[in-house]
Design a protein around this ligand. Sequence first.
Ligand code: 13P
Length: 252
Amino acid sequence: MSRKILIAGNWKMNKTATEAVELAKPIIEAIGNQNDIDVLMCPPFTSISAVSELIGNSTVRVGAQNMSDKASGAYTGEISAAMLRDLQVSYVILGHSERRSYYGETDAFINRKVLACLENNLKPVLCVGETLEEREGDKTEAVLEKQIKGAFAGISADDFKKIVIAYEPVWAIGTGRTATPDMAEATHAFIRKVLAGLYGALAEETVIQYGGSMKPENSRELVAQPDIDGGLIGGAALKADSFHDLVKNAIG
Ligand code: 13P
């Protein structure tokens, strides 16, 4: 098994370009030479260029939080994969629960974005996760399986190798309520089983991040679980100290 831990900051709709530089600089200084772990920062579109310029020779990577499913043309307000690649973006978060619930993104739409992302040599970070109602109604596994199969329709085995999955239980996002390590591990193991059903042994190589109130205090015990390969971090990624401590603690 050769999975490398990936810790990513999803800054969501926070930080102007000026503030983004103030946040990214100390993070790059503190953990920009880390080779035993992958670190990713995903600022808003308007800050990507400024953050990319800071990266230099560091090992930190820059990601986007969304992108269009279209290549180019009359799609007012949209951002294409090629535009992101031109700014040294290497990963794109797709299917985040906030986009599914506030902007009506469906599995079929997310699938088109995953395909567009891969066509442009960008790595999708596909987010999946159940709501509290779905968990309490014992529907977690059915929901995750549907989201995964929907997003991966038509994805070849070669392309599947480039995909990262982020398991983000919706009830744990921004609530301070983290899934227990045991609960998260059980769900990650289930996700890997679904992936194995689709892509066989390649599922052992897939990085599956946990997201939902991960912080410096719990990153170690979560990442120590056998099927948890990192984190997608919201709130705790908005301060350099807490993101840096979370990364340091995660690798022990
Ligand atoms: P929080 O870490 O703020 O709970 O957000 C998680 C998340 O949604 C990352 O994509």
